[in-house]
Design a protein around this ligand. Structure first.
Ligand code: PLP
Length: 420
C-alpha cells in the first residue's frame, strides 16, 4: 500500500467516491488516484515525492503552467490587501476593462466563480431577453452541471432528449434540445421545427470535453445564421477555448460573433473565476441593471482577479500562443506514426483519438469500450514513465508555456513506448 492508497481509503469514508469532482477518482482508468502535494511549472509531485511532467494541467486553467512566478507574485500581493471585500473594487474593474477593450463581442462582463455558473447566467439572460424557454445544445459538448445542460440525445426520435444525470427533472429535460455536431441538415431541420421556441443555442465552438472535435467553420457559420434568422441567441461556451486558442478564443479565430459568451478556466489563472459577457443590451438584463437575478458572495474576489489579470496580461501580446504552436508542431512531428492513436490538436489543446475508430471525426462516438480500455493501459504506462495525463480517454490534454521542447520530446518518447 502506497501513501495514495492510505489517503484514498480515508477519503472514501468522508467524501463521495473520495473526490470533489468525479474524473479525479480514476474510475475510467482504474486504480487509486495519485494524491498530489505540489506543482511547479510543468511538474507535479505526488505525496511520495515522485515527480511527473503534467499534461493534464488541472483540465485547462494553467496555460502558464503551475505557479507561474508573475501570477504567484500578483496573488501574494493581493493577499496582503485582503481576500475578499464584498464591495465594489478597482481590481475587477481593471480585469473587466482588459477583457472588454480587447474582445469586441464582450461589451459588458460579469464575473462569477465557475463555468457552470457562467453558463447558468447566460441561459437565464437569454430566456429573459427572448421570452422563450427552450434551449439547444449539441451532442458531445459539456457546459457544466446546471440541470438544463445535463441533457443528452436520447435513443428515440432525433432531438428527443434524456437526462444525463439522476435528479434532473423531466420538465427541465423537456425544454432542452440536443442536436448532433457537424450536421447542417439536422440543425436546419431542428430550427425549421422549433426555431421559434428557442431562447438560445449554446455550443463549445471548439468542443473539447468529449475528445477534441474541431468543427468546420461552415457548420458554426450555419448555426450563427440560423440563430439570426430565428431570433435565437447564440452562446459560445468558451470556458476551455477562451484565451486558449488565442486571446480571443474561438470567437476571435472564427470571426463569428456570439451574442453571449462564457469564460472560465484560464480567466482565473488557476483560481475560481469565470465570466459571462456579451452584448451590452443583453448584459443589461442582469440585476441590478435589469430583472434577471444573479449574485455571488465571492464573485470577483481580489485574489482571483489578480491571478486572472496577471495571466491575461502575459497572454495579451500573443507571443505565448506562437510558442505554444511551436510546441504543438513538435508534438505533431514526434507522434505522427504513433501506433493505435492519432493526435488531434488545436493550438495547445490536444487529444489522442483511437485509431481503430477510423480517422478523427467532428462528432463524438470514437470512444468505444475497447478504446477506453486501451487508454487506461496507456495512462498507467505514462504514469509509470513519469507523465501525468488526464485520467479519462474523453479528456483533452494541454500544452503550457511552462513546457519545454524536452518535455514534449519526453512525452512523445513515452507515448511511443506505451502505445498499443
Ligand atoms: C469546464 C467547463 C465548464 C464548467 O466549468 P466549471 O468551472 O467546471 O463549472 C463549462 N463549459 C465548458 C466548455 C467547460 O470546459
Amino acid at each position: 500500500m502506497g501513501a495514495s492508497d492510505d489517503l484514498h481509503a480515508r477519503a472514501l469514508r468522508v467524501t463521495p467516491g473520495g473526490v470533489h469532482s468525479p474524473v479525479r477518482a480514476f474510475r475510467q482508468v482504474g486504480g487509486t488516484p495519485v494524491y498530489m502535494r505540489e506543482a511547479h511549472g510543468a511538474r507535479i509531485t505526488d505525496v511520495e515525492g515522485r515527480e511527473y511532467i503534467d499534461f493534464c494541467l488541472a483540465f485547462g486553467p494553467l496555460i502558464l503552467g503551475h505557479g507561474d512566478p508573475g501570477v504567484v507574485a500578483a496573488v501574494r500581493d493581493a493577499a496582503t490587501r485582503g481576500f475578499t471585500f464584498g464591495t465594489a473594487d478597482p481590481y475587477s474593474l481593471q480585469l473587466a476593462e482588459t477583457i472588454t477593450s480587447r474582445l469586441p463581442w464582450v461589451e459588458q462582463v460579469r464575473f462569477l466563480n465557475s463555468g457552470t455558473e457562467a453558463v447558468m447566467t447566460a441561459l437565464r439572460i437569454a430566456r429573459a431577453a427572448t421570452g422563450r424557454t427552450k434551449l439547444l445544445k449539441f451532442e458531445g459538448c459539456y457546459h457544466g452541471h446546471a440541470d438544463s445542460m445535463l441533457v443528452e440525445a436520447g435513443s428515440g426520435m432525433a432531438g428527443e432528449p434524456a437526462a444525463a444525470s439522476a435528479g434532473v427533472p423531466a420538465a427541465v429535460v423537456a425544454d432542452t434540445r440536443v442536436c448532433p455536431l457537424d450536421d447542417e441538415a439536422a440543425l436546419t431541420a431542428l430550427f425549421d421545427r422549433e426555431g421559434g421556441a428557442l431562447a438560445a443555442a449554446i455550443i463549445e465552438p471548439l468542443p473539447a470535453n468529449f475528445g477534441l472535435l474541431p468543427q468546420r467553420q461552415e457548420f458554426l457559420a450555419r448555426l450563427a445564421a440560423l440563430c439570426r434568422q430565428h431570433d435565437v441567441l447564440l452562446i459560445f461556451d468558451e470556458v476551455i477555448s477562451g484565451f486558449r486558442t488565442g486571446f480571443g478564443g474561438m470567437a476571435g479565430l472564427t470571426g463569428i460573433r456570439p451574442d453571449l459568451v462564457t469564460y472560465g478556466k484560464i480567466i482565473g489563472g488557476g483560481l475560481g473565476v469565470a465570466a459571462c459577457g456579451g452584448r451590452a443590451d443583453l448584459m443589461q438584463q442582469l440585476a441590478p441593471a435589469g430583472p434577471v437575478y444573479q449574485a455571488g458572495t465571492l464573485a470577483a474576489n481580489p485574489l482571483g482577479m489578480a491571478a486572472g489579470q496577471a495571466t491575461l496580461d502575459r497572454l495579451a501580446d500573443g507571443t505565448a500562443y506562437l510558442a505554444l504552436e511551436d510546441l504543438g508542431q513538435l508534438l505533431d512531428d514526434a507522434t505522427r506514426d504513433l501506433p493505435g492513436w492519432t493526435l488531434v490538436r488545436h493550438g495547445s489543446v490536444c487529444w489522442l483519438h483511437p485509431a481503430d475508430a477510423g480517422p478523427p471525426r467532428r462528432a463524438p462516438g470514437a470512444l468505444t469500450p475497447a478504446a477506453r480500455a486501451r487508454y487506461a493501459t496507456l495512462f498507467h504506462r505514462l504514469l509509470a514513465a513519469g507523465i501525468y495525463f488526464p485520467p479519462s480517454a474523453a479528456e483533452v490534454f494541454f500544452l503550457s508555456t511552462a513546457h519545454s521542447d524536452e518535455d514534449v520530446v519526453a512525452l512523445a518518447e513515452a507515448l511511443h513506448e506505451a502505445a498499443t
